[in-house]
Design a protein around this ligand. Structure first.
Ligand SMILES: Nc1ncnc2c1ncn2[C@@H]1O[C@H](COP(=O)(O)OP(=O)(O)OP(=O)(O)O)[C@@H](O)[C@H]1O
Ligand SMILES: [Mg+2]
Length: 359
């Protein structure tokens, strides 16, 4: 009988220490045997954001336990795993080093294949943990550090259609939540807080909505929230209205930019009821999910979202990316460095900073 392929995945790019065991069953379907996530939210909460040195120290304290737990829960041991995949970037260098180095050490001491994973590729392929996604597909990656539209041609082959020229969507949620006095991490707290707010109460700007193709800009929106927040003087109902109006405006921006990205995708790939994958931490937002599902229905795309447990940072998506790269003989040497910046499409123009021109 054909042996099942089992991978250990390790993720420490930001403030989640995670290890997972993912196995390909005999029909080539992935099965998550364990996915242990130790979140550092409590440690960073009082600073209102992630403190890199604190994050790295916490990863060092937790990684050993997290890996052991992933093995115990999956009833696996290191001798029987077929390979190790660890996130090598992008992310906080001091945090990345912890998981990357322990991954390399395990692989080298046991003479196992090692795969260095781009964290964004982990997000990009994550819905495949539960159902088959067909290449090529349109990807909207919306996380704490990135917001991009990409054509995913195959594992390892990405073509960027658009990106944010300033804040990422998750970052805009976090900053807006902070302005409204909500706790870190802002995204999920703002979604909850906005539930009973009037989402049409404030008319907020939609920067570069009629230019720049499917590139995004959110910094002006956040500044507008800051301005409005100064006028409402802590009135809770108005604060809820502002949160809801912010979320509504993000949805309007995503709607218009997704339509442009879908058109560009169809022009490049052909119109054929393709998959539209939304991944990254913000993909957990139910209002955004519903909005994007509606757009898919009226534009002939099949929407796919990762299960909630695979939206934020997790090692199951890293092990899964590792398995897929390993199957394509894409393994890496133990010299592979950690990288703070690592775009999926290396040919895409850098879209930040002075001198940027948008059509
Ligand atoms: N329900 C939600 N609504 C809006 N935003 C959310 C929700 N849940 C999580 N987020 C946001 O998702 C982000 C975290 O996602 P993720 O862990 O993928 O980001 P990251 O790993 O820090 O960044 P990147 O993946 O770009 O390196 C945070 O900005 C968080 O506020
Ligand atoms: Mg992430």
């Amino acid at each position: 009988m054909k042996k099942k392929l089992t991978f250990l995945g390790i993720e420490t790019s930001c403030d989640e220490t995670s290890a997972a065991i993912v196995q390909l069953d005999k029909n080539n379907n992935p099965k998550v045997l364990s996915n242990i996530i130790s979140s550092q939210i409590k440690k960073h909460e009082k600073f209102g954001g992630v403190v890199p040195e604190l994050a790295a120290r916490s990863h060092l304290e937790n990684i050993d336990f997290v890996i052991r737990e992933s093995l115990r829960k999956s009833k696996t041991d290191l001798i029987t795993v077929d390979g190790i995949a660890a996130t090598a970037g992008p992310g906080l260098i001091v945090s990345l080093h912890v998981g990357l180095n322990i991954g390399k050490s395990i692989a080298s001491s046991l003479n196992k294949p090692f795969v260095a994973i781009n964290h964004l590729e982990g997000h990009a392929l994550s819905p495949g943990l539960e159902k088959k996604i067909n290449f090529p597909y349109l990807l909207l990656l919306i996380s704490g550090g990135h917001s991009q539209f990409l054509i995913v041609e195959d594992v390892g082959t990405y073509h960027q259609l658009g990106t944010t020229i300033d804040d990422a969507v998750g970052e805009a949620f976090d900053k807006t939540a902070k302005i409204l006095g909500l706790k870190y991490p802002g995204g999920p707290n703002l979604e909850k807080f906005a539930e009973s707010g009037d989402d049409k109460y404030f008319k907020l700007p939609q920067p570069i909505i009629n230019r720049g193709g499917c590139n995004l800009s959110l910094a002006g929106l956040k500044t507008a929230v800051l301005r409005e927040s100064k006028n409402i003087k802590g009135k809770i109902k108005l604060k809820k209205n502002l949160a809801a109006s912010f979320q509504f405006t993000i949805n309007e921006i995503l709607k218009k930019k997704t339509l442009i990205a879908m058109k560009q995708f169809n022009e490049k790939v052909g119109e054929k009821n393709s998959d539209f994958v939304v991944a990254g931490g913000v993909a957990a937002n139910k209002v955004i999910r519903d909005n994007l599902k509606k757009i898919c229905r009226s534009n002939n795309f099949n929407p796919s979202f990762p299960d909630f447990q695979f939206c934020g940072d997790n090692a199951a998506m890293i092990a899964w990316a590792g398995i897929q790269r390993f199957k394509k003989n894409k393994t890496d040497s133990f010299e592979t460095p950690a990288r703070s910046r690592w775009p999926l499409d290396l040919t895409a123009p850098f879209m930040k900073g002075p001198g940027l021109k948008l059509l």
